[in-house]
Design a protein around this ligand. Sequence first.
Ligand SMILES: Cc1cc2nc3c(=O)[nH]c(=O)nc-3n(C[C@H](O)[C@H](O)[C@H](O)COP(=O)(O)OP(=O)(O)OC[C@H]3O[C@@H](n4cnc5c(N)ncnc54)[C@H](O)[C@@H]3O)c2cc1C
Length: 438
Amino acid sequence: MSRSFQTGRIAIMQSEILIIGAGLAGAFAAECLAKSGHSVLIVEARDRVGGRGFTRGFANQAPLLEYGGSWITPWHARMRAACGRHGIGLIPTIQVGARAWHDGNGLRKDGPVAVAERSGYERAMAIVADDAKRLKAGFDHDRAGAPLLSVTLAEYLARHDIGMPARSQIMAWWTISGSGDPAAVSAGEFLASCGYIDGTPEGMMQALSHTLSPGISVLVDRMIAASGAKLQLGFPVARLEEGTEYVRVTARDGRFLEARAAIAALPVNVLGDIDFGGLLTPVQLATAQRGHDGRAVKLWVRLRNFAPGTLVTGGLRGLQWLFAPYAAEAGCVLAVGFGLDDGSWRPDRHTDMAAAVARLAPEAELVGWDWHDWCADPFARGTWLSAPARGADLSPATWCRTGRLAFATSDLAPDAAGWYEGAMSSGEAAAQAILDLL
Ligand SMILES: Cc1cc2nc3c(=O)[nH]c(=O)nc-3n(C[C@H](O)[C@H](O)[C@H](O)COP(=O)(O)OP(=O)(O)OC[C@H]3O[C@@H](n4cnc5c(N)ncnc54)[C@H](O)[C@@H]3O)c2cc1C
């Protein structure tokens, strides 16, 4: 080591490698660095670890629920291995039992569409399935040569003149895939999710195979403890600078730390809040300012008279996806719901929630609900990765190491981007980039 590292204003721990952000990407980067012998310090803005993984009680009481990410798929190998390593159980997702669809006009229990509109609906879903399979096979255009990735969902729906019942279902599944403004986000976000299983939106249910017990927050906590890294909570980074042999990281209150290298394990949507000096390339800077478009609303709804396993989708506004994944407790179920944060409804307003439940589950009684507002959260500024069709470069190649700084986040992952698994793949890649440097 050629220089001693400084800490400023308030003396805190010294380290050779700084990881900024104690989400899953930062925690796995720390685990990957553990055997290298380098000292690692993780700094985190919040007073908790886990980031967009956030396990807490419903209305801060039992039971524990996931307010950020919940599900892993059957093929998320890093996540499954980490759960095994750290004693985290995997709970299989309950099978879908009762099914209802809102076709844009009303709720149906006999299928997603009236008989008279069935052929248009089936034509639309066949197009989706074909395009989803082509995307999965590596094509970025459809059979007619039209693009699938650089087109927004709104353009895609208009291209195929998709009618209301199919649109109602596509928009419902959009809330758990594309999850942002359909006029800005790539249709590829939806098609890629349809392609996980059989090309249909409904197939997404089979991908959401397991949740974690007791939860993602406990997993991240155990990963950091096992890595041996030091952890400093309450350190919101405001500035990053690079010297010839060190990186300096300064908090909003002026405290600073220096290390030989750093990993920014931060959501893309907060990068624009940090002063990187001249560290970012023009493309990185433009993307940091633009961000991704993930603006989902996820909430937990306590309902009476709603059977476990029931799935309701559709409605075109507000809450559009509602599923009860657990057995009933004391006559009620906790259902997970998704919509978009698009200004058309207020999930914190009782009238909006009561209207949503009346629309999707008229026989059920709304007992309560709880959620975390990720879009208003200053250390997330959005939900999971939802790539704009144009104007942002989120490719891992663009975000590989610059100087002494590497980037890790699920939003920029080399594989499984947007998922927990992607956070891990990005943490692994960033740790390797820093080890190559040192
Ligand atoms: C509602 C919701 C549902 C989701 N559903 C799923 C799902 O079912 N399955 C799935 O696999 N994924 C899901 N995801 C996505 C998954 O949660 C994320 O991909 C993953 O948690 C991202 O991890 P990360 O480490 O890249 O980022 P984060 O978890 O965001 O971690 C970044 C960390 O950086 C910290 N930070 C931010 N700014 C600063 C700063 N200035 N200084 C210091 N620290 C800072 C943050 O506080 C945070 O702890 C969901 C996400 C949300 C929000």
